[in-house]
Ligand binder design. Structure first.
Ligand SMILES: Nc1ncnc2c1ncn2[C@@H]1O[C@H](COP(=O)(O)OP(=O)(O)OP(=O)(O)O)[C@@H](O)[C@H]1O
Ligand SMILES: [Mg+2]
Length: 291
């Protein structure tokens, strides 16, 4: 099992990593799930604009956690903090604590590239490279210098993403010739090819029809036995269907500045959020009266 690499050998965070962050056996009913991410007092700024205010939550191993809420409430912003994708936005600044197991992901000696290898991401619009199907999946393992048989890694990843049977006879053909739903599954195969522990999915089905959406949802349920998944979705039925826990965010105007800033309103078991939410803002949103 790889560990997060650190630039400064004096700060050996790999010592603090569990040797295998993903437990060997899935939890059985009643077991307390392992915490994968601990978020405390998370604030994200774009320049002077504080987009996300004081978010705190925990994400559990081998669960699907859904982020829901109206547009602009900071779902993508929070999601991008989990694998330091906000680092790629010049004006973004992250404050607070974000632990992956017990590693501080924002410690100056943590290598963001190593973080993204362990914590992969799938975006709302399928974004395959203009390369062959094979090369799309082989790209990450090659760059990461992973050992092993590339043919085997590609096959396993495509099987894991439920795409193998559809593409096994055309691996050398362009990925751009696949349908939207196939392209999204290819992007999932590309993400899992580097053997991450976590998959972050930002509206992965927003560009897909209901059948392709159903395929991806089924895939997510299967993948849960191996991966921890955090999904952002505007589709509340989807959150209710696939997730174990749901976090509802909203955006509220700051009294002093009038700026609309994202807040976590409520985070609980998905069944409870959708049947008996604590906060009236959650209820208004899930019943379609707001947002
Ligand atoms: N790159 C950026 N530069 C400046 N402001 C940004 C940037 N990305 C997001 N924001 C702002 O941060 C706030 C939260 O945006 P974010 O994209 O996280 O919301 P969201 O909940 O994912 O919305 P949606 O559901 O529309 O995708 C918004 O006010 C947005 O305008
Ligand atoms: Mg978003």
């Amino acid at each position: 099992m790889s560990s997060l690499e650190v630039n400064n050998p004096k700060v050996s965070m790999s010592d603090q990593l569990p040797s295998s962050p993903v437990s060997e056996t899935p939890p059985t009913a009643g077991d307390k799930p392992e915490t994968v991410f601990t978020v405390r007092d998370l604030n994200v700024y774009y320049g002077d604009f504080r987009a996300v205010v004081d978010v705190g939550l925990e994400v559990y191993e081998r669960e699907i956690t859904a982020f829901i809420g109206p547009s602009g409430c900071g779902k993508s912003t929070v999601l991008r903090c989990f694998n330091r994708m906000n680092d790629l936005i010049d004006i973004a600044r992250v404050e607070g604590q974000l632990l992956f197991h017990d590693i501080d992901l924002y410690h100056p000696d943590v290598d963001p590239v190593a973080v993204r290898r362990r914590i992969g991401m799938v975006f709302h619009k399928p974004n395959p490279f203009p390369k062959s199907i094979f090369d799309n999946v082989a790209f990450g393992p090659k760059i990461a210098g992973m050992g092993g048989d590339l043919d085997e890694i590609v096959e396993t990843s495509l099987k894991g993403a439920g795409l193998w049977d559809e593409v096994k006879d055309r691996l050398d053909k362009s990925a751009l010739g696949l349908s939207g739903g196939q392209q999204q599954r290819l992007c999932i195969a590309r993400a899992i090819a580097v053997q991450p522990d976590v998959l972050l999915m930002d509206e992965p089905c927003s560009a897909l029809d209901p059948i392709a959406t159903g395929t991806i949802e089924e895939l997510m349920r299967e993948m849960k036995s191996q991966y921890t998944i955090v999904i952002v979705t505007h589709n509340m039925q989807q959150a209710a269907r696939v997730s174990d826990r749901t976090a509802f965010f909203t955006a509220e105007a700051d009294e002093a500045t009038g700026q609309r800033r994202g807040k976590l309103v409520e985070y609980d078991d998905t069944g409870l959020i959708f049947s008996n939410p604590n906060d009236e803002r959650t209820e208004a949103y899930i019943t379609g009266r707001f947002g």
